[in-house]
Design a binder for this molecule. Structure first.
Ligand code: HEC
Length: 139
């Protein structure tokens, strides 16, 4: 009897987990789709369609520590821009990236979720709530 109850509980947990995952996926997919549009209208001129950037001018967005790393720092880069020498795969970049604080919290979350899941990148989604919290820090 005890075994049956434990097995029953385990089954329920597995089912609940599968449902939670299934619910999460389409949300991220929708965000990635919207993010692609933001990328194409806002970031593509410098970082290029394939995220490869432009040698010595605009860094690539492919598996860099900024793209895959700390999400708060990544959000800050979009909110404030970046103007300091950075090194990516032995190449130094020191051009200016302007601020994109004019984008909405959702647009920034979407574009970063798109970038973190494109060009060979695979990482968790960025939420509008995180962008909102990071924006509050800059004001
Ligand atoms: C006008 C050109 C330009 C545009 C537009 C632009 N960037 Fe950048 N971006 C740069 C430059 C230049 C750097 C490096 C800045 C430095 O060296 O201080 C950079 C750096 C970055 C970095 C950190 C370094 C790396 O490659 O991982 C990320 C992430 C990034 N940009 C994302 C974006 C996103 C997302 C957008 C669109 C919302 C965007 N950028 C729009 C020029 C641009």
């Amino acid at each position: 009897m005890k075994k049956i109850i434990i097995t029953g509980i385990l089954c329920l947990l597995v089912v609940a987990y599968i449902f939670a995952q299934a619910k999460k996926q389409p949300l991220a997919q929708a965000s990635i789709k919207r993010g692609q549009k933001v990328f194409e209208s806002t970031c593509i001129v410098c970082h290029q369609k394939n995220g490869g950037g432009v040698p010595r001018l605009n860094p690539p967005l492919i598996k860099t520590k900024y793209v895959l790393g700390d999400k708060s720092q990544l959000v800050q880069i979009v909110l404030k821009g970046l103007n300091q020498p950075i090194e990516i795969e032995g190449e130094t970049y020191n051009n200016v990236m302007p601020s994109f604080a004019q984008l909405t919290d959702e647009q920034i979350a979407d574009v970063l979720t798109y970038v973190r899941n494109s060009f060979g990148n695979k990482a968790s989604a960025v939420t509008p709530a995180l962008v909102k919290a990071e924006r509050a820090k800059t004001q």
